[in-house]
Design a protein around this ligand. Sequence first.
Ligand code: FMN
Length: 206
Amino acid sequence: MTAFEAEFADRLELTPEAQDLLFREARTANTFTEEPVTDEQVRAIYDLVKWGPTSMNNQPLRIVLVRSPEARGRLVEHMSGNNRAKTSIAPLVAVLAADTDFHDEFPKTFPHAPGARDLFAGDAGRREDVARLNAALQVAYFIVGVRAAGLAAGPMTGMDASAIDREFFPDGAHRTIAVVNIGHPGEQAWMARLPRLDYDEVVTTV
Ligand SMILES: Cc1cc2nc3c(=O)[nH]c(=O)nc-3n(C[C@H](O)[C@H](O)[C@H](O)COP(=O)(O)O)c2cc1C
């Protein structure tokens, strides 16, 4: 942390250690050790990040944990270039998709508005837009949750997403948003840290 960053880090409620774990020290891993990622860890991650907000509480994210060698092979085939090797060897790979039929869950997720489901029922285009936006938010929450579990995530969008949809979601109602490798970082797990835009380049006040 630079002195400049440290001055502002003090203004946050989260401890500096937690800030490091979630953001400053957390890196996008490209290699992994063989240490497994358990279902219990994934459950703990989901049970934390499910509280991240979505519009109308619509929660379109659906997660497929790709564990069997057979399923892993079917997924890797649709990953592009350098993504293939790391998706083959990661201890766990998750396909994160948007369910465009999220509105069917409204009786549970938005129970105080009985008409909510019908607002979306006849408009597949709107459902697709809403599902993609909110599932992408949930992908971000998921990545931060992986880090909160002391694990590293390697999110990827370099893939044939439509082919993965066909392979893993034959109902035709899901759209793959990202594939995420998960595990403990291995040897030479990351590239050089790339610069981030500064506050003044990003934030304006009107
Ligand atoms: C949505 C998303 C898609 C990404 N897709 C790929 C990908 O297809 N292949 C890849 O090697 N890295 C991919 N990355 C990794 C980014 O390049 C990396 O997270 C970014 O450069 C920051 O790296 P750092 O966390 O080590 O600072 C992706 C990251 C995100 C968040």
